[in-house]
Ligand binder design. Structure first.
Ligand code: 3EB
Length: 324
């Protein structure tokens, strides 16, 4: 299995388990890391703490390689990959090509089961020839799923955030073994969003359970916003939006429980705040969810202009004993 943790520079140097990948937010990665490396141009909001990095580790030996523009790390039946590409006016075609290559890479590696996808899209809510760039991204992503013969409802948990710069950054974790997908009964599944959010719906699950048959299943929750059914709630009110996000997170945890998986612990929370504003109201509400060193605070654009906060989570689960 794998783990994901926020690590300091010293932790990275002394990591006991082999690294698959390391992500930096708004600052540079230390040089000489043997892992897939990605620097994201997102500003960290916790300036009172030294820089921390998102480290993905596994237990077996790791092989690093490059293919079709992706930096890749394989080990333990897992494949971790990252790519950064220029994404100007041709965002739809760029996204389609990137995802087509991604599907080819995971297939060739024998890890066709995506666990989690992260998308960072430059100028996500800007208009391009009259169309919102997030919609162009969605159209390209969907075309690639269909062209590869992949069922849109099998899409894994994901995040799609915006920032400045010119590059589209994508990273992922995929597995040789099966995963489970979890939906949120309070929300319409993203792949069923009505057309008013774009002709091509976003393709992602509300959460993925990795290693459902193992002793240590891991829950990876998608970027979760103040959306109920398919509508954004509480425009302009970051505190009320955070409360709604918490209700959505709890609904996903309840859904896991209904499928026989109980919460063990919250390992990681990534909190994206638009313009970095209203962080105090969010902090107050998240205090009971996880210790501060398990949270990273980032300034990012959420994909609908009225949404002010989005939260993603990684949790350890315990499998309930099956009835005899
Ligand atoms: C939402 O629930 C908020 O397009 O991959 C969250 C997670 C969101 C993933 C994606 C978008 C995506 O619709 C936005």
């Amino acid at each position: 299995m794998f783990a994901v943790q926020f690590l300091s520079e010293a932790d990275l140097a002394g990591a006991a388990d082999p690294l698959l990948g390391v992500i930096a937010f708004g600052h540079e990665l230390p040089v000489g890391l043997r892992a897939v490396c990605l620097e994201l141009p997102l500003r960290s909001l916790a300036t009172d703490r030294p820089p921390c990095f998102e480290g993905w580790t596994c237990t077996g030996p790791v092989t690093l390689y490059e293919e079709q523009g992706f930096s890749l790390a394989a080990g333990d039946g897992l494949l971790f990959g990252a790519i950064s590409v220029e994404a100007g006016p041709g965002l739809e075609a760029t996204t389609r090509d990137l995802y087509t290559r991604l599907f080819s890479v995971i297939g060739q590696a024998g890890c066709p089961n995506l666990i989690r996808l992260y998308n960072y899209v430059p100028d996500i809510t800007a208009l391009q020839a009259g169309e919102e760039r997030y919609r162009l991204f969605n159209a390209g992503r969907r075309t690639a799923f269909l062209a590869a013969g992949i069922d849109p409802q099998s899409a894994p948990a994901a995040s799609a955030l915006g920032m400045g710069g010119s590059k589209l950054h994508v990273y992922f974790l995929a597995s040789s073994t099966n995963t489970l997908r979890v939906e949120n009964p309070r929300q319409v599944s993203a792949y069923h969003y009505p057309q008013r959010y774009g002709a091509a719906p976003p393709l992602f699950a509300r959460a993925t359970i990795a290693g459902p048959e193992t002793g240590q299943p891991v829950l990876l929750v998608s970027g979760t916003a103040s959306i109920v059914s398919h509508e954004s709630l509480h425009p302009g009110d970051v505190a009320a939006q955070t409360d709604e996000v918490m209700r959505n997170l709890r609904a996903i945890f309840d859904e896991c429980s209904a499928q026989g998986f109980e919460m063990d612990e919250v390992r990681q929370l990534k909190i994206y705040v638009r313009h970095g504003l209203g962080r105090d109201a969010v902090v107050e509400r998240l205090e009971t969810m996880a210790a501060p060193d398990r949270m990273v605070w980032l300034e990012a654009d959420i994909c609908r202009p009225e949404l002010l906060v989005e939260i993603e989570a990684v949790c350890r689960l315990k499998r309930r004993r099956q009835p005899a």
